[in-house]
Every structure is written in structure tokens, then in C-alpha cells.
Write a protein that binds this ligand. Structure first.
Ligand code: IPE
Ligand code: IPE
Ligand code: MG
Length: 239
């Protein structure tokens, strides 16, 4: 008997290859980033139509600050534009938007747009869309450990509570608090590494790698990733 086709509840994406996509066209890397941001918008709509409930994309890593200043500026300006436009699109598409990562290092106006967008979209019941911005898995875990230590010191967390702390309770300290772990990770552009993405949350995700560069990623490619996911046998340590 044919098994039921499963749609992953949460898909995480490492959107990679914008620079190479532009280079192939003899264009500046920044052109690749602006095309890449258009792809994000389309994929959000496609994911929602396919029945995906949570989508988390890696937009800027804690390591991406090491890129040339002009590229960092372009990326920040694109994110700035995105957060502003997204107030409208999120209400049109009933999408809830959250940012994961340490936003305290971003310019004040960008932080403000993020807070506004999160607040404006918080009651939307369609796609849950997370943008990882100045995000690093190690940084997230370190910040979580510091918050936990702060709670212990302040007496919010007793000796006993600390002794018995569960994984679920620890997850409350992560940026992804309240968001289920990804079922499927997609990385474009042929690189086969995590680049510090969602280290805790991806523990049991299925991994799908494709050579397609992010600006070329579309609904058909997303469908291929989900088909791949359906061929996997998720055992979670069992038999
Ligand atoms: C991904 O594309 C976007 C970000 C990391 C911000 P890249 O800029 O990494 O593109 P490649 O990997 O150099 O082609
Ligand atoms: C990972 O891509 C970060 C994002 C997609 C935002 P990178 O292009 O920065 O990763 P590496 O340097 O190839 O590992
Ligand atoms: Mg890259």
C-alpha cells in the first residue's frame, strides 16, 4: 500500500550561491543578493501553498561580517528594505515573521523595523517565517547559556530546577523558542556544510543538498526537496 505523502512541518534553508550566480552573469555580487531576496518572497508563498507551516532562512551569519564592507552594507540595505516591505506582504499573506539571531549588533533603525514587523505580524496564522539575521548556532547556544546563568544567579531558577533542567526547558532559552525543530534542511549551491546554522535544532533533520544557486531556486526545486524527504526513513534512533 502506498504510504501517505508527507509535507515537512518545518523547512530550514541555507540560501547560498548568490555571489556565484551573479559572477556567472559578469555582474557584481550585490546583484545576486537582490535577485536572491526576490527568490525568498516567492518561496514563502510556494511553501505556504504546499502546506509547510514553518520556514526558516539563513540571511546573514555571525561570520558574514568578515565580508568586504561594501557587500555587508548592501546586504543590510536589502534586509532593511525587506523588513519594511514585509509589513505589507505579511498582512496580505497572513504570515507571521520572526527574526532569530543577535539583532543588538544591527543599526538602530533596522532593529526598530524588525520589532515593528514582529509585533505587526504576531497574530497572523499563515506561514511562520523566520529570518536568521546575524545568526550563528554557536552564538545562539552561548547566549542561551548566559541567559540561563543569569536566571540562576537571579534566583529565577533554583538549584533543584537547574539540576533537573530538561531539553525542552533549555529550548526556552534559544532564539527558536516556541518553534518546532526543522524536519528538512535545504542548502543550495553545492556546498555540503552547516556553516554554523541551527546546530541544536537540526539534530534530527533530513539534509538535502542541491547544486542549484539560490537565485534560481523555485517551486519545482522545493518540490524536489520534499520528494527527497519523502524517500527518507526517519528513525530517530529507533529501528
Ligand atoms: C548567500 O550567497 C547569501 C549570503 C551568505 C548572505 P553568497 O553571497 O554566499 O554567494 P556565494 O556563496 O559567494 O556564491
Ligand atoms: C552561509 O553561507 C550563510 C548564509 C547563507 C547566510 P556562506 O556562504 O556565508 O557560508 P560559507 O562561508 O560558504 O561556509
Ligand atoms: Mg556562500
Amino acid at each position: 500500500m502506498a504510504e501517505e505523502y508527507r509535507i515537512p512541518q518545518h523547512v530550514a534553508i541555507i540560501m547560498d550561491g548568490n555571489g556565484r550566480w551573479a559572477k556567472k552573469r559578469m555582474m557584481p555580487r550585490t546583484y545576486g543578493h537582490s535577485q536572491g531576496s526576490k527568490t525568498v518572497e516567492k518561496i514563502c508563498e510556494d511553501a505556504h501553498r504546499m502546506g509547510i507551516k514553518y520556514l526558516t532562512v539563513y540571511a546573514f551569519s555571525t561570520e558574514n561580517w568578515s565580508r568586504p564592507e561594501s557587500e555587508v552594507t548592501t546586504l543590510m540595505n536589502l534586509l532593511r528594505e525587506y523588513m519594511k516591505d514585509c509589513i505589507k506582504t505579511s498582512s496580505k499573506n497572513n504570515m507571521r515573521v520572526r527574526v532569530i539571531g543577535d539583532i543588538s549588533r544591527l543599526d538602530a533603525d533596522l532593529q526598530e523595523s524588525i520589532t515593528k514587523l514582529e509585533e505587526a505580524s504576531k497574530n497572523n496564522t499563515g506561514l511562520n517565517f523566520q529570518v536568521a539575521l546575524n545568526y550563528g548556532g554557536r552564538d545562539e547556544l552561548l547566549r542561551a547559556a548566559k541567559k540561563l546563568a543569569g536566571d540562576y544567579k537571579a534566583g529565577v531558577l533554583s538549584d533543584e530546577a537547574l539540576q533537573q533542567l530538561t531539553e525542552a526547558q533549555f529550548e526556552e532559552y534559544l532564539d527558536t523558542k516556541g518553534i518546532p525543530a526543522p524536519d528538512l534542511l535545504i542548502r543550495t549551491s553545492g556546498e555540503v556544510r552547516l556553516s554554523n546554522y541551527m546546530l541544536w535544532q537540526l539534530a534530527y533533520a533530513e539534509f538535502y543538498f542541491t547544486d542549484v544557486l539560490w537565485p534560481d531556486f523555485d517551486k519545482k526545486e522545493l518540490q524536489k526537496a520534499i520528494d527527497y524527504y519523502n524517500k527518507r526513513d526517519r528513525r530517530f534512533g529507533g529501528v
